[in-house]
Design a binder for this molecule. Sequence first.
Ligand code: OVV
Length: 403
Amino acid sequence: MSTSGFTPSAGVPHMDIDPFSIEFFEDPHPAHEVLREAGPVVWFDKWNVYGVARHAEVHAVLNDPLTFCSSRGVGLSDFAKEKAWRPQSIILEADPPEHARTRAVLSRVLSPTVMKQLRGSFVAAAESRVEALLAKGSFDAIADLAEAYPLSVFPDALGLKPEGRENLLPYASLVFNSFGPPNKLRQDAIERSAPHQAYVADQCQRENLAPGGFGACIHARADAGDITAAEAPLLVRSLLSAGLDTTVNGIGAAVYCLARFPDQWARLRSDPTLARNAFEEAVRFESPVQTFFRTTTRDVEISGSRIGEGEKILMFLAAANRDPRRWDRPDEYDVTRKTSGHVGYGSGIHMCVGQLVARLEGEAVLSALAKRVSAIEITGPPTRRFNNTLRGLESLPVSIKAA
Ligand code: OVV
C-alpha cells in the first residue's frame, strides 16, 4: 500500500526541524545528530518528505538509482507533479539506462588524461595567487582565494569568453538554491534569475566556446555521434551549474579548516604531499554540498521502514560524513584520515563527474599554501553564506606570513 504523501509510514519518527531554515544552516551539526539518532529514516512534517542521515542509509539510497530515482528531480520539487524551473539536466536529473550515455561524455571530457594536461597551468595559477596574497598580507580568504582561484582557472578551462563571467556564481547559487523547498532563498533566486539564465544559455552554444576547452570537447562528442547536437549545450550547462560554486565552497572549507586547526596546518606544512588528502578531508568535514533528494519509483523498505512510491527522500550527505557509526572521531578534521567512503561527492553512478577537477584545484591551492606560508591567522569574524544546498562562508578575514 502506498502512503498518501502527507502521512509517513507507521513508526517513522516525525521531525519538526526545518532543514532549510537559516537557524539550521547556522549550525547544522547538533541537528544532524538529532536526525541520525532519531532512527534510520525520519519524516519532516514541514515539507512532507522522508530523510536519511546515517551513512549506511545514505549510501544505500545513493546506490539504488532505479528505486531512488533522479529523473523526478534531486530537489524537493517532484517533476512528475510540478514543472521544472529550467529544462531538466540530462545527466543529474536522468536515470539508467539513459544516464549512462551523457555520463560517459562528461567522464571523458573530465578524464585523468585531461587533468594531466591541465595540471601545470592549475598549479602555476595557485602558486602565483599565493605569492600575491603573501604580498598583501591580509585578505578575505573567500573572495580573494576560494572564489578568485577557481574563477582564474575553471572558466578558461571551459573556454568561456571574458565578458559576463560575473553571472557564473549567481547562476550556480540559483541552481543550488532551487533544490530546496519554496522558501525565500529559492523564490528570491528564481525571481532574479532571468539575466543569469540568458547568459548561461548563450555560453553553452558551440560558437561561444574556445577550441580545446571542456565546452568545445563536449560539442566534439556530438560530431562523434555520442550525443546529439541539441544535447551538447545542455551538458555544457551542467558544467556551468556544478563546476564553480562547488569548488569555491570546497576550497573555502579547506582554508577555514586549516586556519582553525593549527596542529593540522603544521602537519600539512611538514608534508605538503598531504595537500590532496587535506582537501578531501575538508570535503568530508564540511560537506560543501550538504543534501540531495531522490524520489521512490516503487514501494520499498529502508531499514525496516515501509516507504510508498512517489515519495521524496532527503539525503543528508553532511550528516553521513560525520556519522559515528562509520567514522572514528567524526567531528575532528584530520589531514591524515582515510577519507574513502565519504559521500561529499555522492556515491554510485551519479558520483561527482567533476571530482578530478575539484581535487586538482584543491590540491593545487593547499600545496601552494603549505610550501610558501608559515601561518594563517583569522583576523575578524567569519560570516556565513546561506544556500539551500551549499555550505560555506561569505567572508573569512585572514592574514598570512611567508615561510
Ligand atoms: C551536480 C549538479 C549540480 C547542479 C547542477 C547539475 C549537476 C546539472 O547537471 O545541471
